[in-house]
Design a protein around this ligand. Structure first.
Ligand code: AMP
Length: 603
């Protein structure tokens, strides 16, 4: 789809609050909002700690618990049977104090890393915010990871404590525990008093801990969150975020998600990824709204029921989920009263225009696409409630965010002259998406990888690794990733991590991994493997390799398809050319192959 040629869309329904009063979008006029906005003003809307300093948990919980919203529902958990149980802001303050007290009793201090490996349970929310109150750093893991990605991230992040469930512990952690000397404590959410060797019963510890207020005197620049993300090469990167990020969570929750205090908000993101933390926990609580949390996995009828029964007003979801609903048919929505819903947004992967239009049919509302990534810590580009939507476009930069496109050379690398990136000024021209450094939720480093961090910047711009176009009106259109990273169901997968695991299979000499298009998941992982001498391709071996990878990496990361190849295309220096594998797989032009060592063997 070409940039700037689509039919604009506007509100079809006047948004109303629960009492039926019209809700005025927070951002009325884009240009005025951009002109008037300053990050200092946004910061002033937060209260900060007494005596200076900033702590995300104070802004998200204690500030409300000490004010008129103390008894307002903060989190509403929907159980498997559809029944719900809630925590008010005051109750959440007590529980998070207890969690912080448990950490202190165990001698876990400021800056130490608390990991989670669990679904959306109340304990997860308590652990995130309690760890921040203690001044510790929180790092969520995706529960569909296999033991190897879990081990690697706990190891790289020096995880001191882990919050998980008995089943996940037995399946993914017990076997790797000995290789993680830093991991001193494992809290089980569902210990139910029955001992599991080497673990602690979180419920028992919380019940016995004091609920007295605990708030570490953190500064805005203290590390708060660690999010692992994948790159083309090397180990996963630990993106460091600081407490100051809460200023961006607040401002973007206001403008991009249009949060109002009367809202009942639902973010469907998995808590193992950055959206699940920034917008599943922090942003809505900072706004003092009620957040709905579904404890179960995605199911079309269940989701429509939740939207209707919980009277959700603002819904933040993902293209893969919307495509799954679309596949199930808009008529599934028909029997449900979705009249409370006033704003739908989506993030994480390209949102095809058909879904935006389908949203209009199913919900009576268009879907507002927005863009950001782990490193940006918060939404950077969005379609806003009161502005025109161009289906297929990610929207325009948030107030306070300056975006640009950087010219790319023949190898797809950003062009930098005298230290400054060369910016693309012509409309509808491709370039690497860049952001002027300095917004509050910008990552402050990759853990222990200073050089890798430094390479992300040029002349005061952060280079995102995404390729995009901008139309004459300033709307950004996603074109693709500038690297080989795979996006499957909204989750980033580093090909190197998958290739490394495949190469541990006794039959595999080398592996090259790419993403291939999938109508629902966006992309799925496909591997090409070269076998060691003495091994022959067979269906049995293919299934064995897939099973091997699934066991180590987990179903969300392992390749769905494996093809055998006699020789993988490589550069003369021996690097596997995933770009070429992909071009051949998709029947696309192979581009410049002058540096290729092995080109004769198409996979
Ligand atoms: P992550 O760091 O896992 O959140 O993934 C971030 C990446 O997801 C971005 O760099 C993009 O490649 C992709 N992404 C996020 N939002 C969008 C969007 N609205 N449209 C297209 N791609 C997106």
């Amino acid at each position: 789809m070409t940039a700037g040629t689509e039919r604009p869309m506007r509100w079809q329904r006047i948004p109303k609050d629960v009492q039926g009063f019209p809700v005025r979008p927070n951002l009325q006029d884009y240009e005025t909002a951009c002109r008037q906005f300053s990050w200092d003003d946004a910061r002033r809307a937060l209260s900060g700690l007494r005596g200076g300093g900033l702590n995300i948990a104070h802004e998200a919980v204690d500030r409300h618990a000490a004010g008129p919203r103390a008894h307002h529902e903060a989190l509403r958990f929907v159980r498997a049977d559809g029944s719900a149980h809630s925590l008010t802001y005051l109750e959440l303050a007590g529980q998070t104090n207890r969690f912080a007290a448990v950490l202190r009793q165990l001698g876990i201090g400021r800056g130490e890393r608390i990991f989670s490996l669990t679904g959306r349970s109340p304990e997860l929310y308590v652990a995130v915010l309690g760890a921040l109150k203690n001044g510790s750093v929180f790092c969520p893991l995706f529960s569909a990871f296999g033991p190897e990605p879990v081990r690697q991230r706990l190891h790289l992040g020096h995880g001191r404590a882990l919050v998980t469930t008995r089943a996940l512990y037995r399946k993914k952690v017990a076997q790797i525990r000995d290789s993680l000397p830093d991991l001193k404590h494992v809290f089980l959410i569902d210990a139910d008093g029955a001992p599991e060797p080497g673990t602690l019963d979180l419920a028992g510890l919380l019940a016995a801990a004091p609920a007295d207020s605990i708030m570490a005197p953190t500064s805005g620049e203290d590390m708060a969150l660690l999010h692992f993300t994948s790159g083309t090469t090397g180990t996963p990167k630990g993106a460091i975020h600081v407490h100051e990020a809460v200023t961006a969570h607040y401002a973007t929750g206001r403008f991009a998600l249009d949060l109002h205090p009367c809202d009942t908000y639902w973010c469907t993101a998995d808590p193992g990824w950055v959206t699940g933390t920034s917008y599943g926990v922090i942003a809505p609580l900072v706004h003092g709204v009620t957040t709905v949390v579904d404890e179960e996995e995605m199911d079309a009828d269940r989701w429509y029921r939740i939207l209707a029964e919980q009277r959700v007003t603002v819904w933040y979801t993902a293209p893969t989920a919307l495509r799954m609903l679309m596949k199930a048919g808009a008529e599934r929505a028909a029997g449900h009263d979705l009249s409370a819903l006033r704003f739908v947004a989506s993030v994480g992967e390209p949102l095809n225009p058909e879904v935006v239009v389908w949203g209009q049919e199913a919900f009576g509302l268009p879907v507002h696409d927005n863009w950001w990534q782990t490193e940006t810590g918060g939404i950077m580009i969005a379609n806003f409630a009161a502005t025109e939507i161009r289906p297929g476009s990610m929207g325009r930069p948030l107030p306070g965010v300056e975006a640009a496109l950087v010219a790319r050379d023949g190898d797809g690398k950003p062009v930098v002259r005298d230290g400054d990136p060369v910016l693309v000024t012509e409309p509808d021209t491709m370039g690497e998406l860049a952001l002027r450094a300095g917004w509050p939720s910008m990552f402050r480093g990759y853990l222990n990888e200073e050089e890798r961090y430094r390479r992300c910047f040029a002349g005061g711009w952060y280079l995102t690794g995404d390729v995009a176009k901008r139309d004459a009106d300033g709307y950004y259109w996603f074109v693709g990733r500038g690297d080989d990273v795979i996006k499957s169901s909204g989750h980033l997968i580093g090909p190197f991590e998958v290739e490394s695991s495949l190469m541990e299979h006794p039959a595999v000499a080398q592996a090259g991994v790419i993403g291939v298009p999938d109508p629902v998941a966006g992309e799925v992982v496909k591997a090409f493997v070269e076998l060691r001498t003495g091994w022959e391709p067979s269906e049995e071996l293919r299934l064995d390799i897939i099973g091997f990878a699934r066991k180590r990496l987990g179903a969300a990361v392992a390749p769905r398809m494996v093809d055998f190849t006699a020789a993988l295309p490589k550069t003369r220096s021996g690097k596997i050319l995933r770009r070429l594998l992909k071009a051949r797989e998709l029947g696309l032009p192979e581009g410049d192959t002058s540096t290729v060592e092995t080109t004769t063997e198409a996979p």
